[in-house]
Design a protein around this ligand. Structure first.
Ligand code: GLN
Length: 342
């Protein structure tokens, strides 16, 4: 981001923070409504995630014109986990194009858990890039001459989506790596079928790194807004992905993004979204806003309980379901305070 844009953005954002807007009131109300909802469990497959405070709850919305509203623990960082998956799929598309990527990874939803050890019997491909198998195959496509170059490519891409430098939580990474036997089994199964390259151990490390990137709910909203804005980060003006591939990401998020709840989610909420076991969810209203949510307690399928409630309420209140024959005055963007010039 060019330095001279920073003061302007700071000024714009602080003005937005102080400006009253109906959407800010709605977000605050939703935060109040669900902050005592105590259902679900914090992920505990590694000790680092089990340390999360179940009370943490952040809600953020960023619009395609760079306005934002945030509530609660929106600055609290957590590991992105599976929310990273669509964005890494996008990296593969940009590097190798749609035909090659689809020869390695399908786009078919399956009603199985995200870590299932299953490949499509006919093609040997993982079913889709939102389950671990497909995500590991996507990580295999992260380009770079060696491991450090591939990590840099990964981190720089996420930095462009977030509009700020991001980093990997090294203790989460170490635990993911030490305990990731199931992911290693999936990787080697795909190696057996020639679906990933020989450097599978390095690719698995890259996958563990991508899961361990630290973000907060505001970052997730900016990432979502970048997709909503055709691939250009609305805060920095920097392109994170080619416009022509944004629909690829949103399609797989819509059909496969919420684990084995994805069909129900598409039916009830109707907004492309992706969740992660760290408690994060990113949701995208194309052309309007990105929504970032964080609350660590998960339901049995691995989706953040409070985040799902907030998305469902926002979808109903503003008619955000993509198949809603909505009217312009119900647009969520009209709920923000007007953009002032000068
Ligand atoms: N690190 C986790 C895994 O690979 C991430 C999964 C997730 O968020 N669903 O199992």
């Amino acid at each position: 981001m060019p330095d001279e844009t920073v003061p302007f953005l700071d000024a714009l954002l602080s003005r937005m923070k102080s400006a009253a807007s109906p959407l800010r009131d709605t977000v605050t109300e939703l935060w109040e409504k669900y902050r005592h909802l105590d259902d679900g469990n914090v992920a505990s497959y590694i000790p680092e995630l089990a340390k999360a405070d179940p009370k943490w709850f952040g809600i953020s919305i960023v619009s395609v014109n760079g306005q934002s509203v945030d509530a609660g623990d929106f600055e609290q960082e957590f590991t992105i986990q599976s929310v990273s998956k669509p964005f890494v799929f996008g990296m593969g598309l940009e590097e190798f194009g749609r035909d090659h990527v689809l020869s390695k990874i399908g786009v078919q939803p399956i009603g199985e858990a995200f870590n299932s050890i299953t490949l499509d019997e006919a093609s040997n491909r993982p079913f889709n890039p939102m389950i671990n198998a497909g995500a590991i195959a996507a990580a295999d496509l992260i380009a770079g001459k060696d491991f450090p170059a591939r990590v840099t490519h990964l981190i720089d891409t996420f930095g462009r989506y977030c509009g700020r430098p991001v980093h990997v939580n090294s203790s989460v990474y170490a635990s993911e790596r030490a305990t990731g036997h199931r992911n290693r089994a999936i990787g080697h199964l795909m190696l057996n079928f020639g679906m990933v390259g020989e450097r599978i151990e390095e690719t698995l490390d890259l996958y563990f790194q991508q899961c361990s990137i630290m973000v907060n709910s505001h970052d997730l909203a900016v990432m979502g807004a970048t997709l909503a804005h055709g691939g250009v980060n609305p805060l920095t003006g920097v392109r994170a992905i080619k416009a022509s591939y944004v629909k690829d990401l949103l399609s797989v998020m819509h059909t496969c993004g919420m684990y084995d709840y994805a069909g129900e989610w598409a039916y009830r909420v109707g907004i492309p979204a992706k969740s992660g076991v760290g408690g994060g969810v990113v949701a995208v209203v194309p052309g309007q806003v990105g929504i970032g949510l964080f609350s660590p307690k998960l339901d049995a399928k691995g989706n953040s309980v409070r985040a799902m409630k907030v998305c469902q309420d926002l979808s109903e209140k503003f008619g955000l379901h993509i198949f809603e024959c909505g009217s312009a005055e119900r647009s969520i963007v009209s709920q923000l305070s007007p953009v002032r010039s000068g």
